[in-house]
Design a binder for this molecule. Structure first.
Ligand SMILES: *Cc1c(COP(=O)(O)O)cnc(C)c1O
Length: 392
Protein backbone atom coordinates (compact mmCIF):
# COMPACT_ATOMS: atom_id res chain seq x y z
CA UNK A 1 0.00 0.00 0.00
CA UNK A 2 3.01 2.19 0.67
CA UNK A 3 3.59 2.72 -3.02
CA UNK A 4 -0.03 3.31 -3.92
CA UNK A 5 -0.50 6.85 -5.20
CA UNK A 6 -4.29 6.72 -4.75
CA UNK A 7 -5.79 7.39 -1.36
CA UNK A 8 -8.74 5.22 -0.35
CA UNK A 9 -12.10 7.03 -0.25
CA UNK A 10 -13.25 8.62 3.00
CA UNK A 11 -16.87 7.72 2.32
CA UNK A 12 -18.45 5.26 -0.11
CA UNK A 13 -21.99 6.22 -1.14
CA UNK A 14 -22.41 3.80 -4.01
CA UNK A 15 -25.08 1.46 -5.35
CA UNK A 16 -22.91 -1.60 -4.83
CA UNK A 17 -20.40 -2.81 -3.95
CA UNK A 18 -21.09 -0.85 -0.78
CA UNK A 19 -19.43 0.05 2.49
CA UNK A 20 -19.81 -2.99 4.76
CA UNK A 21 -20.78 -3.26 8.42
CA UNK A 22 -17.92 -3.62 10.93
CA UNK A 23 -19.20 -7.03 12.02
CA UNK A 24 -19.06 -8.22 8.39
CA UNK A 25 -15.50 -6.94 8.19
CA UNK A 26 -14.65 -8.92 11.31
CA UNK A 27 -16.32 -12.07 9.96
CA UNK A 28 -14.45 -11.82 6.66
CA UNK A 29 -11.15 -11.73 8.54
CA UNK A 30 -11.76 -14.97 10.46
CA UNK A 31 -9.68 -18.08 9.73
CA UNK A 32 -10.71 -19.95 6.59
CA UNK A 33 -12.28 -23.27 7.63
CA UNK A 34 -12.09 -26.44 5.54
CA UNK A 35 -15.42 -26.78 3.72
CA UNK A 36 -16.06 -30.37 4.86
CA UNK A 37 -15.13 -29.69 8.45
CA UNK A 38 -18.28 -30.16 10.55
CA UNK A 39 -17.71 -26.63 11.86
CA UNK A 40 -18.22 -25.12 8.39
CA UNK A 41 -20.88 -27.63 7.27
CA UNK A 42 -22.91 -26.52 10.27
CA UNK A 43 -22.33 -22.82 9.52
CA UNK A 44 -23.39 -23.38 5.92
CA UNK A 45 -26.66 -25.04 6.91
CA UNK A 46 -27.39 -22.39 9.52
CA UNK A 47 -26.64 -19.50 7.15
CA UNK A 48 -28.87 -21.05 4.46
CA UNK A 49 -31.73 -21.32 6.96
CA UNK A 50 -31.10 -17.81 8.29
CA UNK A 51 -31.09 -16.35 4.77
CA UNK A 52 -34.36 -18.18 4.10
CA UNK A 53 -35.81 -16.66 7.26
CA UNK A 54 -34.66 -13.18 6.22
CA UNK A 55 -36.57 -13.75 2.97
CA UNK A 56 -39.63 -14.76 5.06
CA UNK A 57 -39.47 -18.27 3.63
CA UNK A 58 -39.62 -21.59 5.45
CA UNK A 59 -37.19 -22.99 2.86
CA UNK A 60 -33.43 -22.64 3.31
CA UNK A 61 -31.98 -20.20 0.79
CA UNK A 62 -29.96 -21.38 -2.19
CA UNK A 63 -26.51 -19.82 -1.94
CA UNK A 64 -24.45 -19.50 -5.12
CA UNK A 65 -20.75 -18.73 -5.00
CA UNK A 66 -20.70 -15.95 -7.50
CA UNK A 67 -21.91 -12.40 -7.55
CA UNK A 68 -25.57 -11.87 -8.49
CA UNK A 69 -25.11 -11.04 -12.18
CA UNK A 70 -23.79 -14.59 -12.60
CA UNK A 71 -26.66 -15.99 -10.52
CA UNK A 72 -29.14 -14.17 -12.75
CA UNK A 73 -27.54 -15.64 -15.84
CA UNK A 74 -27.63 -19.04 -14.09
CA UNK A 75 -31.34 -18.53 -13.37
CA UNK A 76 -31.95 -17.86 -17.09
CA UNK A 77 -29.91 -20.90 -18.16
CA UNK A 78 -31.49 -23.22 -15.59
CA UNK A 79 -35.13 -22.22 -15.72
CA UNK A 80 -35.71 -21.13 -19.31
CA UNK A 81 -35.94 -24.06 -21.70
CA UNK A 82 -36.61 -24.52 -25.41
CA UNK A 83 -40.38 -24.69 -24.88
CA UNK A 84 -40.62 -21.46 -22.89
CA UNK A 85 -42.09 -18.20 -24.06
CA UNK A 86 -40.71 -15.38 -21.93
CA UNK A 87 -42.25 -12.00 -21.24
CA UNK A 88 -39.40 -9.77 -20.10
CA UNK A 89 -40.17 -6.46 -18.40
CA UNK A 90 -37.60 -3.76 -19.12
CA UNK A 91 -37.63 -0.44 -17.33
CA UNK A 92 -33.88 -0.07 -17.27
CA UNK A 93 -30.48 -1.48 -18.10
CA UNK A 94 -30.80 -4.62 -15.94
CA UNK A 95 -34.29 -5.43 -17.19
CA UNK A 96 -33.15 -5.01 -20.79
CA UNK A 97 -30.04 -7.07 -20.08
CA UNK A 98 -32.04 -10.00 -18.75
CA UNK A 99 -33.84 -10.16 -22.09
CA UNK A 100 -30.55 -10.90 -23.87
CA UNK A 101 -29.94 -13.88 -21.59
CA UNK A 102 -33.53 -15.07 -21.83
CA UNK A 103 -33.39 -14.92 -25.64
CA UNK A 104 -30.48 -17.35 -25.62
CA UNK A 105 -32.53 -20.15 -24.03
CA UNK A 106 -36.21 -19.60 -24.84
CA UNK A 107 -38.48 -20.49 -27.75
CA UNK A 108 -39.65 -16.90 -28.07
CA UNK A 109 -39.08 -13.63 -26.22
CA UNK A 110 -41.52 -10.78 -25.94
CA UNK A 111 -40.98 -7.59 -23.96
CA UNK A 112 -42.72 -4.70 -22.31
CA UNK A 113 -40.34 -1.78 -22.34
CA UNK A 114 -40.84 1.65 -20.79
CA UNK A 115 -38.64 4.74 -20.60
CA UNK A 116 -35.72 4.23 -18.24
CA UNK A 117 -36.96 6.86 -15.81
CA UNK A 118 -40.33 5.15 -15.50
CA UNK A 119 -41.79 1.93 -14.04
CA UNK A 120 -43.74 -0.98 -15.52
CA UNK A 121 -47.52 -0.64 -15.17
CA UNK A 122 -49.10 -3.98 -14.12
CA UNK A 123 -51.91 -3.28 -16.61
CA UNK A 124 -49.31 -3.36 -19.42
CA UNK A 125 -48.25 -6.78 -18.17
CA UNK A 126 -51.85 -8.03 -18.17
CA UNK A 127 -52.27 -6.69 -21.69
CA UNK A 128 -49.08 -8.35 -22.91
CA UNK A 129 -50.23 -11.65 -21.41
CA UNK A 130 -53.61 -11.36 -23.15
CA UNK A 131 -51.79 -10.73 -26.43
CA UNK A 132 -49.36 -13.61 -25.78
CA UNK A 133 -51.34 -16.33 -24.02
CA UNK A 134 -48.49 -18.83 -24.53
CA UNK A 135 -46.14 -16.98 -22.13
CA UNK A 136 -44.74 -19.42 -19.55
CA UNK A 137 -42.26 -17.16 -17.74
CA UNK A 138 -42.31 -13.46 -16.77
CA UNK A 139 -39.13 -11.72 -15.61
CA UNK A 140 -39.07 -8.57 -13.47
CA UNK A 141 -36.26 -6.44 -12.07
CA UNK A 142 -37.62 -4.98 -8.86
CA UNK A 143 -35.15 -2.12 -8.47
CA UNK A 144 -33.49 -1.28 -11.77
CA UNK A 145 -30.44 0.19 -10.07
CA UNK A 146 -28.92 2.21 -12.94
CA UNK A 147 -32.20 4.18 -12.98
CA UNK A 148 -32.95 4.22 -9.24
CA UNK A 149 -36.54 3.15 -9.96
CA UNK A 150 -38.82 0.55 -8.38
CA UNK A 151 -41.27 -1.65 -10.29
CA UNK A 152 -44.52 -2.73 -8.59
CA UNK A 153 -43.38 -6.33 -8.22
CA UNK A 154 -46.30 -7.31 -5.96
CA UNK A 155 -48.99 -6.23 -8.40
CA UNK A 156 -47.04 -7.68 -11.32
CA UNK A 157 -46.72 -10.96 -9.41
CA UNK A 158 -50.49 -11.16 -8.96
CA UNK A 159 -51.00 -10.69 -12.71
CA UNK A 160 -48.37 -13.33 -13.50
CA UNK A 161 -49.96 -15.86 -11.13
CA UNK A 162 -53.44 -15.24 -12.55
CA UNK A 163 -51.96 -16.15 -15.93
CA UNK A 164 -50.22 -19.24 -14.52
CA UNK A 165 -46.65 -18.35 -15.51
CA UNK A 166 -43.47 -18.55 -13.45
CA UNK A 167 -42.21 -15.22 -12.07
CA UNK A 168 -38.47 -14.54 -12.00
CA UNK A 169 -37.40 -11.61 -9.82
CA UNK A 170 -34.12 -9.73 -9.60
CA UNK A 171 -34.33 -8.10 -6.17
CA UNK A 172 -30.58 -7.73 -5.79
CA UNK A 173 -30.56 -4.05 -4.85
CA UNK A 174 -33.90 -3.76 -3.03
CA UNK A 175 -34.08 -6.78 -0.73
CA UNK A 176 -33.24 -5.75 2.87
CA UNK A 177 -33.59 -2.08 1.92
CA UNK A 178 -37.38 -2.22 1.77
CA UNK A 179 -40.30 -4.55 2.38
CA UNK A 180 -39.85 -7.06 -0.44
CA UNK A 181 -39.71 -10.84 -0.15
CA UNK A 182 -40.39 -13.74 -2.53
CA UNK A 183 -43.91 -14.23 -1.13
CA UNK A 184 -44.78 -10.55 -1.66
CA UNK A 185 -44.31 -10.79 -5.42
CA UNK A 186 -45.27 -14.42 -6.07
CA UNK A 187 -41.66 -15.09 -7.04
CA UNK A 188 -40.65 -18.50 -8.33
CA UNK A 189 -37.01 -17.52 -8.36
CA UNK A 190 -35.98 -14.52 -6.27
CA UNK A 191 -32.36 -13.42 -6.55
CA UNK A 192 -30.53 -11.18 -4.13
CA UNK A 193 -27.09 -10.93 -2.57
CA UNK A 194 -25.16 -9.58 0.41
CA UNK A 195 -23.37 -6.80 -1.48
CA UNK A 196 -26.15 -4.21 -1.59
CA UNK A 197 -28.69 -3.38 1.16
CA UNK A 198 -27.41 -6.14 3.46
CA UNK A 199 -24.14 -4.24 3.73
CA UNK A 200 -21.97 -7.26 2.98
CA UNK A 201 -19.36 -8.06 0.35
CA UNK A 202 -20.38 -8.76 -3.24
CA UNK A 203 -19.10 -12.31 -3.77
CA UNK A 204 -22.24 -14.39 -3.20
CA UNK A 205 -25.82 -14.72 -4.39
CA UNK A 206 -28.79 -15.70 -2.27
CA UNK A 207 -31.86 -17.20 -3.96
CA UNK A 208 -35.28 -18.44 -3.03
CA UNK A 209 -36.70 -21.03 -5.43
CA UNK A 210 -40.30 -22.32 -5.46
CA UNK A 211 -41.26 -25.98 -5.86
CA UNK A 212 -42.78 -25.10 -9.24
CA UNK A 213 -39.50 -23.59 -10.39
CA UNK A 214 -37.51 -26.67 -9.28
CA UNK A 215 -39.93 -28.91 -11.19
CA UNK A 216 -39.60 -26.67 -14.24
CA UNK A 217 -35.78 -26.87 -14.08
CA UNK A 218 -35.87 -30.63 -13.59
CA UNK A 219 -37.96 -31.01 -16.72
CA UNK A 220 -35.77 -28.61 -18.72
CA UNK A 221 -33.59 -30.93 -20.78
CA UNK A 222 -31.15 -28.08 -21.45
CA UNK A 223 -30.73 -27.06 -17.80
CA UNK A 224 -26.96 -27.04 -17.17
CA UNK A 225 -25.40 -29.56 -14.78
CA UNK A 226 -21.80 -29.61 -13.51
CA UNK A 227 -21.68 -25.96 -14.46
CA UNK A 228 -21.29 -22.57 -12.82
CA UNK A 229 -24.68 -21.78 -14.41
CA UNK A 230 -26.47 -24.68 -12.69
CA UNK A 231 -28.98 -24.02 -9.93
CA UNK A 232 -29.82 -27.74 -9.74
CA UNK A 233 -26.23 -28.65 -8.75
CA UNK A 234 -26.66 -26.65 -5.54
CA UNK A 235 -30.27 -27.57 -4.74
CA UNK A 236 -29.49 -29.73 -1.70
CA UNK A 237 -26.11 -28.27 -0.75
CA UNK A 238 -27.60 -26.30 2.15
CA UNK A 239 -27.87 -29.52 4.20
CA UNK A 240 -24.82 -30.46 6.25
CA UNK A 241 -25.31 -34.06 5.12
CA UNK A 242 -24.96 -33.25 1.41
CA UNK A 243 -21.89 -32.67 -0.72
CA UNK A 244 -20.91 -29.35 -2.26
CA UNK A 245 -20.64 -29.50 -6.07
CA UNK A 246 -17.41 -27.51 -5.69
CA UNK A 247 -15.69 -25.54 -2.96
CA UNK A 248 -17.96 -22.85 -1.58
CA UNK A 249 -16.58 -19.38 -0.85
CA UNK A 250 -16.15 -20.06 2.84
CA UNK A 251 -15.06 -16.58 3.93
CA UNK A 252 -17.88 -14.95 2.01
CA UNK A 253 -20.35 -17.30 3.71
CA UNK A 254 -19.05 -16.18 7.11
CA UNK A 255 -19.47 -12.58 5.96
CA UNK A 256 -23.03 -13.26 4.81
CA UNK A 257 -23.79 -14.78 8.22
CA UNK A 258 -22.72 -11.54 9.92
CA UNK A 259 -24.69 -9.39 7.45
CA UNK A 260 -27.83 -11.45 8.13
CA UNK A 261 -27.29 -11.17 11.90
CA UNK A 262 -27.01 -7.40 11.54
CA UNK A 263 -30.25 -7.27 9.55
CA UNK A 264 -32.29 -9.64 11.72
CA UNK A 265 -31.03 -8.36 15.06
CA UNK A 266 -31.52 -4.69 14.22
CA UNK A 267 -34.93 -5.64 12.87
CA UNK A 268 -35.99 -5.52 9.21
CA UNK A 269 -38.57 -2.74 9.76
CA UNK A 270 -35.96 -0.51 11.38
CA UNK A 271 -33.52 -1.17 8.55
CA UNK A 272 -36.11 -0.41 5.83
CA UNK A 273 -37.09 2.73 7.72
CA UNK A 274 -33.59 4.22 7.75
CA UNK A 275 -33.18 3.43 4.04
CA UNK A 276 -36.45 5.27 3.39
CA UNK A 277 -35.67 8.31 5.55
CA UNK A 278 -32.18 8.64 4.07
CA UNK A 279 -33.49 8.52 0.50
CA UNK A 280 -36.26 11.01 1.26
CA UNK A 281 -33.78 13.42 2.81
CA UNK A 282 -31.44 13.05 -0.13
CA UNK A 283 -34.20 13.71 -2.68
CA UNK A 284 -35.46 16.72 -0.73
CA UNK A 285 -31.96 18.20 -0.54
CA UNK A 286 -31.20 17.63 -4.21
CA UNK A 287 -34.49 19.23 -5.28
CA UNK A 288 -34.08 22.19 -2.94
CA UNK A 289 -30.81 22.98 -4.74
CA UNK A 290 -32.78 23.20 -8.00
CA UNK A 291 -31.43 19.91 -9.30
CA UNK A 292 -33.59 17.09 -10.62
CA UNK A 293 -34.24 13.54 -9.58
CA UNK A 294 -34.03 11.07 -12.48
CA UNK A 295 -37.16 8.95 -11.70
CA UNK A 296 -40.30 10.42 -13.26
CA UNK A 297 -42.14 10.43 -9.90
CA UNK A 298 -41.14 10.25 -6.24
CA UNK A 299 -43.46 7.28 -5.83
CA UNK A 300 -41.15 5.12 -7.97
CA UNK A 301 -37.86 6.44 -6.56
CA UNK A 302 -35.90 3.71 -4.78
CA UNK A 303 -35.17 3.96 -1.05
CA UNK A 304 -31.73 2.46 -1.64
CA UNK A 305 -30.50 4.67 -4.51
CA UNK A 306 -31.09 8.29 -5.43
CA UNK A 307 -30.46 8.84 -9.12
CA UNK A 308 -29.79 12.53 -9.80
CA UNK A 309 -30.05 13.91 -13.33
CA UNK A 310 -26.73 15.42 -14.39
CA UNK A 311 -27.35 19.16 -14.81
CA UNK A 312 -26.39 21.25 -17.81
CA UNK A 313 -23.80 19.62 -19.98
CA UNK A 314 -21.64 18.38 -17.16
CA UNK A 315 -20.19 14.90 -17.36
CA UNK A 316 -20.00 11.98 -14.97
CA UNK A 317 -16.23 12.39 -14.75
CA UNK A 318 -16.49 16.03 -13.71
CA UNK A 319 -18.91 15.35 -10.88
CA UNK A 320 -17.20 12.18 -9.74
CA UNK A 321 -13.75 13.67 -9.64
CA UNK A 322 -14.90 16.78 -7.78
CA UNK A 323 -16.66 14.62 -5.17
CA UNK A 324 -13.79 12.17 -4.90
CA UNK A 325 -10.77 14.46 -5.07
CA UNK A 326 -12.03 17.33 -2.97
CA UNK A 327 -14.15 15.42 -0.46
CA UNK A 328 -13.05 11.79 -0.70
CA UNK A 329 -16.59 10.67 -1.48
CA UNK A 330 -17.25 7.95 -4.05
CA UNK A 331 -20.58 8.06 -5.89
CA UNK A 332 -21.91 5.67 -8.55
CA UNK A 333 -22.35 6.58 -12.20
CA UNK A 334 -25.19 5.64 -14.52
CA UNK A 335 -24.65 2.55 -16.61
CA UNK A 336 -24.88 1.94 -20.35
CA UNK A 337 -28.02 3.86 -21.46
CA UNK A 338 -28.06 5.96 -18.30
CA UNK A 339 -24.33 6.73 -18.27
CA UNK A 340 -23.60 10.47 -18.35
CA UNK A 341 -27.30 11.13 -17.79
CA UNK A 342 -27.37 10.59 -14.05
CA UNK A 343 -25.23 10.13 -10.95
CA UNK A 344 -26.30 7.71 -8.24
CA UNK A 345 -26.07 8.18 -4.52
CA UNK A 346 -26.35 4.80 -2.82
CA UNK A 347 -28.17 4.44 0.50
CA UNK A 348 -27.39 0.81 1.22
CA UNK A 349 -26.51 -1.01 4.42
CA UNK A 350 -24.43 1.00 6.90
CA UNK A 351 -24.70 4.28 4.95
CA UNK A 352 -28.51 4.16 4.92
CA UNK A 353 -28.39 6.74 7.71
CA UNK A 354 -29.63 10.33 7.39
CA UNK A 355 -26.23 11.89 8.11
CA UNK A 356 -24.98 10.41 4.82
CA UNK A 357 -27.83 12.09 2.94
CA UNK A 358 -26.62 15.44 4.28
CA UNK A 359 -23.09 14.61 3.17
CA UNK A 360 -24.30 13.54 -0.27
CA UNK A 361 -26.29 16.73 -0.78
CA UNK A 362 -23.34 18.91 0.27
CA UNK A 363 -20.87 17.05 -1.90
CA UNK A 364 -23.19 16.98 -4.91
CA UNK A 365 -23.83 20.70 -4.55
CA UNK A 366 -20.13 21.45 -4.22
CA UNK A 367 -19.29 19.27 -7.22
CA UNK A 368 -21.71 20.95 -9.63
CA UNK A 369 -20.76 24.39 -8.31
CA UNK A 370 -17.11 23.62 -8.98
CA UNK A 371 -18.15 23.29 -12.63
CA UNK A 372 -19.98 26.57 -12.87
CA UNK A 373 -23.57 25.64 -11.99
CA UNK A 374 -24.73 27.86 -9.18
CA UNK A 375 -26.74 26.06 -6.53
CA UNK A 376 -27.66 26.99 -2.97
CA UNK A 377 -26.12 24.19 -0.94
CA UNK A 378 -27.44 25.66 2.32
CA UNK A 379 -31.03 25.33 1.14
CA UNK A 380 -30.32 21.75 0.13
CA UNK A 381 -29.01 20.89 3.59
CA UNK A 382 -31.96 22.66 5.27
CA UNK A 383 -34.47 20.72 3.17
CA UNK A 384 -32.72 17.43 3.82
CA UNK A 385 -32.66 18.13 7.56
CA UNK A 386 -36.35 19.04 7.54
CA UNK A 387 -37.13 15.71 5.90
CA UNK A 388 -35.10 13.88 8.55
CA UNK A 389 -37.12 15.61 11.30
CA UNK A 390 -40.37 14.69 9.53
CA UNK A 391 -39.27 11.10 9.30
CA UNK A 392 -38.09 10.85 12.90
C1 LIG B 1 -25.91 -5.09 -8.39
C2 LIG B 1 -27.00 -5.70 -9.19
C3 LIG B 1 -26.83 -6.93 -9.82
C4 LIG B 1 -25.52 -7.66 -9.76
O1 LIG B 1 -24.78 -7.31 -10.85
P1 LIG B 1 -23.49 -6.41 -10.91
O2 LIG B 1 -22.46 -7.25 -11.53
O3 LIG B 1 -23.12 -6.01 -9.51
O4 LIG B 1 -23.84 -5.26 -11.75
C5 LIG B 1 -27.90 -7.47 -10.49
N1 LIG B 1 -29.08 -6.82 -10.58
C6 LIG B 1 -29.28 -5.63 -10.00
C7 LIG B 1 -30.62 -4.97 -10.13
C8 LIG B 1 -28.25 -5.04 -9.29
O5 LIG B 1 -28.42 -3.85 -8.71
Amino acid sequence: MENSPIKAPTMTLTSGPVAIYPRVQEALSRPVPYDYDPYFQNIYEQVSIKAGRAMQSDQPALILHCEPAVAIEAMAASVIGPNDVVLNLASGVYGKGFGYWAARYCKRLTEVEVAYNDAIDPEQVAEALRANPDVTIVSTVHHDTPSGTINPAGEIGAVVKAHGALHLIDAVSSFAGMDIHPGDCAADVFVTGPGKCLGGSPGLSVLNVSEAAWRHMESNENAPRASVLSLLDWKNAWSKDEAFPFTPSVSEVQGLDAALDQYLQEGPEAVWRRHEVTARACRAGIKAMGLEIWPARDSIAAPSTTAVTIPGNLTTKQIHSAARQTYGVTLSAGRKDTYDKLIRVGHMGPVAEPIYALAAVAVFGAAVRQHGISVDVGSGIEAAMAEVSNGA
